[in-house]
Design a protein around this ligand. Sequence first.
Ligand SMILES: *Cc1c(COP(=O)(O)O)cnc(C)c1O
Length: 432
Amino acid sequence: MNFDSEHLWHPYAALRNTPARFLAKKAHGTTIETADGLKLIDAVSSWWCMAHGHNAPEIVEAIQKQSEKMCHVMFGGFTHEPAIELGKHLVKFLPEGLNRIFYADSGSIAVECAAKMAVQYQHSLGHAERCKLVALKGGYHGDTAGAMALSDPDGMHVLFRGIMPQHFFAERPNCRFGAPWDDNDVASMERVVEEHGSEIAAVICEPVFQGGNGMWLYNAGYLKRLRKLCDEKGILLILDEIASGFYRTGPRFAMMHAGIKPDILCIGKALTGGSITMAACVASENVAETITNSKIPAFMHGPTYMANPLACAAGIASLTLFENRDYAGEVARIEKRLRANLEPLCNLENAADVRVLGAIGVLELKAKPSADDILRVIRETGVWLRPFCNYVYTMPPFITTDTEIDRICEAIKMIGKCEPAPIVDDEDEFHE
Ligand SMILES: *Cc1c(COP(=O)(O)O)cnc(C)c1O
């Protein structure tokens, strides 16, 4: 542990003097075991990817089998069974028409690819001037430069403005999920498109659920209006379903709440069931064919580990679980339980808001509790939570039982009841 704090960077943290870390030993199902004997329910699915729980035997076996044959081969000049097989599963699993797949090695890279693809599509149509994107305030699309530039402009990446490409931003949709739709909500986006339309290649957003920069759930009506607006103006729509895909918000993909489809889709996180890093940027036939039939048909992106066979094998096993299990049913069950437990918490003195959709439960606080209090609650309850800013939330694996959901919600409630931490003017720990 001393070596760790001397030499290893951790996500969104200072090298030293950060709150204590747990030494994870092994994990199975919903539970992570630590070296000092704690058994913690992973209420954040290890940053939203562990959909089937830790070490699902089907996925472990698939990785083992593939590793005996071939761990990796370059995807330039070669193809292989795992890549082809995963592609077939995806084409069946994704909404019809989204079927031209670029494998990326992380979510951020999938977003970079989507932005490049949109610009290249416009270029193919003779619109070289359409080289900017519109994103939503309060959004999160990743930590690489291109993805940072599309994330909330006042969020965690402010320090790096100097190396970011400049895009346009529209106001965050205010109309809540499930509330009556209000047409005024799309006015800011309409204004941006009206003013800058001829420079815009695409709009990018996280459908319905804005995760890493505010855990916000907005009205599906917004997406219907956005789809129409993009079609009218020759602008592509990129949906980032890296967090919301694979049943997290209820249906298979969050876009299904609105009954719309994007021109380019980003998926990741739960794609391999949390076992190995892997993401994908999926283009519609129209986008892919337009690029392919143009003067510059090649798409200039190619990660070293593109379509890594181990990751593809894990993806196939994960997709097979998604196909065979009734996760829509499980998520409906989890949603009901989260609502029953969390909605009463809006009466806590420190509560600002409670939001629940699918297997997402958020308690927004007026003031955030101290890191020490959060650690104490984790140890006392055996529930692993990772609040950020004022958001205490859970996004549990879909195999989490009702009893475990109750325990998770009890831990959230205990954090909600803690004394707010004194306000100090330090570098805010702002992480996903
Ligand atoms: C996590 C996330 C990303 C980035 O994915 P990484 O694999 O961490 O690079 C992008 N978009 C959304 C919506 C995410 O939740």
